[in-house]
Design a protein around this ligand. Structure first.
Ligand SMILES: Nc1ncnc2c1ncn2[C@@H]1O[C@H](COP(=O)(O)OP(=O)(O)OP(=O)(O)O)[C@@H](O)[C@H]1O
Length: 625
């Protein structure tokens, strides 16, 4: 008898355990057993798989098997014939504890104390009833060293053989391996679930497939984007989903970067443009095994680009000043039509707030979270208007960008396009614009594909379009199309009562901006300001206030003096010049002096930027110098 067994016997004696005991001192009732079996279901199920493997060993009734929990509680017995009856009579049944305290020294109790495989026979057992047995038991231990249970093989001592312990060990090890494998599978499944969840929350369509186009997986966004059900997608090849599969795969084969390419995707309902980026996944031999396709919504990308680079719609109706009936009426009307799909035409002199109203309309309507794109038709050369509006396809003309370029209509898709100085649009462009308004599709210059766009158009002008129609400068049909919802902004001279309000507002705004004091305006001064003819309307008044704040006083006399000085200068000019020539020269002189800074030149000249652009255009002053 070795020391391990001897020590166990001593412990049993110290506990005053009777050697005549036959059954375990601790047998739990049915409901407790039920709970225990539930708790250990996992290991019981795995162990059952091995019972068949050792079938030959116990089928001759010389041996039976036991699975216990880590505390020695029998969870399951397995075996056949007479020996099982004997075991049952000795209450070696599920629910009975085989630990030292309950039944004295046995292989299972020693596995609990020694945490290693043990074989004992005959007299090694403490209680006399067990001395007819030979028991071989092995712990089931997981990767992190935790004991999950014990496998025991018990038989009559005459048949004791070292191999029996080997069998118990190999069953325990196999169970451990299966547990490890299942744990690994479980953590893989968990990781898969994690990545699927993350993928589903990403606002881009992600699809994986092989180079034959067999789809392996896709996220929720792909389904939404393409409008197909899982069943439909599962039956498709990836190449059916977008145009340009061959180009894409050849880039992948040639190890070329394929990112942010614009592709037409075939959704269930129509063709839409998306941005596609492809990442290859290599196998261990370095061959491309699968590819990940990431589709991004171009509208969103463009909106982001426009938000960063373009003009923002910052104005809202609450920032539109004016309590006069005219302003109130036009504001009310503008609010009313902000959700309408029809085109708005804003009419008004320079500086009356046409763009401020256009932005407010955008921000008041359902499109407020989409792009607001502005294009000043007077500010760009005629030959560029088309590409600015409709974009161009790769190779459309010499100097065209390789990837092509989207036009304002595409950029504004879902949002609002503000066409300022619409009266300056060339006639041929007017017909193209009319077509887009009527059909809702655009085609890039040099391209064949028509794209559906959903753009709310707001046009503005300070010229008299009706006259332009009569003079053949503006298409009648386009005029009627644009004039569905006209908004007429009053010039400042018609809303004189609002002048004190404007002055107060701009004083506050500018003093804050320049970190300077507000300049007080007394009653007489206010009367003069109200009666002054503000040719540049609100903009001129705003600039005037800025001037006052900088000068720390109202430069009312300057207004008059400047006029005189100006006339004096012009009077001193050499005779023989027409007024237009003088105007042209003066604009050029100011442009040169202000290094072509349009904003400051317009400010000096007391006109709006658009008016300046128009005059520059009229006098053919080239801004590219
Ligand atoms: N009702 C208003 N309330 C507050 N600010 C206004 C109002 N009207 C115009 N403004 C201000 O006047 C300036 C000119 O306005 P905006 O650019 O909208 O005019 P516009 O009619 O589009 O001018 P242009 O025809 O020269 O392009 C802006 O700084 C704007 O903030």
């Amino acid at each position: 008898m070795n020391d391990i067994i001897k020590n166990s016997h001593i412990r049993c004696e110290n506990m005053k355990l009777s050697k005549n005991q036959i059954i375990s001192k601790k047998i739990i009732n049915q409901s407790e057993l039920h709970k225990k079996i539930e708790e250990n279901k996992y290991i019981i199920d795995i162990s059952k798989k091995f019972i068949d493997d050792i079938n030959n060993y116990y089928s001759d009734s010389k041996f039976f098997g036991i699975l216990t929990d880590p505390n020695g509680c029998i969870l399951m017995t397995f075996g056949e014939g007479e020996i099982m009856e004997v075991a049952k009579n000795m209450k070696m049944i599920p629910g009975a504890y085989m630990n030292e305290d309950s039944i004295g020294t046995n292989a299972m109790s020693l596995v609990i104390s020694e945490k290693k495989p043990i074989q004992i026979s005959g007299d090694d057992h403490y209680i006399l009833a067990y001395r007819k047995w030979t028991c071989s038991a092995s712990p089931i231990i997981n990767k992190s060293g935790k004991m999950l249970g014990i496998i025991d093989i018990t038989g009559y001592k005459e048949f004791m053989h070292p191999h029996t312990l080997g069998i118990a060990i190999s069953i325990a090890n196999s169970i451990t391996k299966i547990i490890e494998k299942e744990e690994a599978n479980e953590s893989l499944a968990l990781e898969k679930k994690y990545s699927e969840t993350i993928m589903d929350f990403i606002n881009s369509g992600i699809l994986t497939c092989d180079l034959e186009g067999n789809i392996k997986s896709y996220n929720r966004y792909i389904k939404e984007m393409f409008g197909f059900s899982s069943k439909e997608l599962d039956s498709f090849k990836a190449w059916r989903l977008f145009k340009g599969w061959n180009d894409m795969t050849s880039s992948v084969y040639n190890n070329e970067n394929y990112s942010d390419k614009e592709v037409f995707v075939n959704t269930k309902r129509n063709k839409l443009m998306y941005s596609l980026t492809v990442y290859p996944i290599y196998d261990t031999l370095g061959e491309v095994k699968n590819i990940i396709l990431i589709f991004k919504d171009i509208k969103k990308i463009r909106k982001l680009a426009n938000d960063i680079m373009g003009r923002h719609a910052i104005y809202t109706f609450d920032k539109i000043i004016g309590k006069s009936k005219k302003i109130k009426d036009v504001k009310k009307m503008a609010m009313k039509i902000s959700d309408s799909k029809s085109t708005v035409l804003i009419l008004g002199e320079s500086g009356t707030g046409k763009e401020s109203f256009a932005q407010s309309i955008h921000n008041y309507g359902v499109r407020k979270n989409e792009s607001f794109v502005a294009l000043n038709c007077a500010a760009i050369p005629k030959n560029l208007i088309e590409t600015e509006l409709f974009g161009y396809e790769e190779g459309a003309f010499t100097g065209a960008k390789k990837s092509g370029q989207p036009g304002k209509f595409e950029i504004a898709d879902g949002g609002t396009l503000f066409l300022d100085e619409i009266g300056e649009m060339p006639l041929d462009m007017q017909s193209k614009l009319l077509r887009v308004i009527e059909e809702g599709v655009v085609c890039r210059v040099g391209g064949l594909k028509e794209m559906v766009v959903d753009v709310r158009l707001i046009a503005a002008t300070n010229s008299n379009l009706e006259d332009d129609v009569v003079n053949g400068k503006f298409r009648k049909d386009l005029y009627y199309r644009l004039n569905v919802l006209p908004l007429k902004l009053p010039p400042l001279r018609e809303i004189k009562e609002d002048i004190p309000l404007f002055i107060e507002h701009f004083m506050k705004k500018t003093s804050k901006k320049l970190n300077k004091n507000i300049v007080e305006v007394d009653f007489n001064l206010m009367a003069s300001l109200k009666n002054y003819s503000w040719k540049g309307n609100v903009r001129e008044l705003e600039n005037f206030v800025e001037h006052a704040i900088n000068a720390e006083r109202i430069p009312i006399e300057t207004l008059k003096q400047t006029k005189e000085n100006k006339s004096l200068n012009f009077l001193n000019a050499k005779l023989g010049y027409s007024l237009e020539e003088i105007e042209k020269e003066y604009i050029i002189k100011t442009l040169i002096e202000k290094e072509y800074n349009i904003t400051s030149v317009a400010k000096i000249l007391g006109i709006g930027r658009n008016t300046l652009y128009r005059k520059m255009k009229k006098y053919k002053i080239d801004t590219s110098i």
